[in-house]
Design a protein around this ligand. Sequence first.
Ligand code: NIG
Ligand code: FE
Length: 380
Amino acid sequence: MPEGAIAERDGRIAWLGREADLPEMFRSLAPVDGGGGWLTPGLIDCHTHLVYAGSRAGEFEARLNGESYESIARRGGGIRSTVRATRAASEQELIDAALPRLDALLAEGVTTIEIKSGYGLDLEPERRMLRAARRLAAIRPVRVVTTFLGAHAVPPEYEGRADDYIEHLCVSVLPELQAEGLVDAVDAFCESIAFSPDQVEKLFAAAGRLQLPVKLHAEQLSNQEGAALVARHQGMSADHLEWLSATGIEAMRKAGAVAVLLPGAFYVLRETRVPPIEALRVAGVPMAVATDSNPGTSPLTSLLLAANMASTLFRLTPQEALAGVTREAARALRLPDCGRLEVGACADLALWRVPQPANLVSELGARPLVRSWYAGRPRG
Ligand code: NIG
Ligand code: FE
């Protein structure tokens, strides 16, 4: 809105409208001049693996030389290589490693971020990852929500015994971490190189018993009907979705699950099969966009670049891409008070130097953020 004004009280949006209509009670407050920029909700990155140790640049080269992600995973690299580095790191080392990545996101106006565990794969290192993730919110002005991704890969000590590992997660690890208050949601990797739909079903049932909502890495490399599995459990979102089927779309529509698009992983793995965007659009399935920031398939710390890729590679309109990193990302995380400019919503705001909002999506590396606010307080 041109000539717009917004007022904040107690971390929430108290009023918004045309500046000329600003009620007298808000005029006395210390005003900030937007300088003709555009104001949006703070951005929301609803799918990340931001906390981890080590680097996988060597695998980047292996893939350039023709080796596939699956083949690297099967020979003990991939997720398992990050598991080795992460298990060896202290909570403080995990925080120190994650901070520059978090700062890059914050410098682009991100005010809420989801962070998954999944490189610990046992109680103690998964706990350390989740604690590190939660600590980040005490160190920086950002809202962090945590997701338990113990079912990311089978750890070496359970080699060939994936069912036993799932049982261990359901009976011991997940209930313990939930009791410690470290878990907001439960995720899994449903894929031929990870866990079967039956195994995920067991985990989701355990999550349900603990009243934790679920989401899933689904149909990234093949169609396992993971999206329908999420829908059966009234899950929050199904993420990736390159191989999503018509059945999956219909199930997501009925369940109100969000499709989280992760074009960074699609790009890095040089995938060629695009998620069925038009069918999702026609079905009215909400589409969010996230970085999937992780050391292997998406070493990406720019949510605006993810939005650009969602448009360039997946053909989202700029408006859809922007909604995908604000309103729909909030929906994916079930944070109804975030991701929108409305009275009563969180005063998480970003001010941009752009001629129109579409420039946020169309430009690469432009650094358009002027300033941002988290719960009404100015940042940095
Ligand atoms: O979202 N697909 C599985 N999990 C991550 C990759 C994690 C990794 O390779 O370290 C993803 O792409
Ligand atoms: Fe992921």
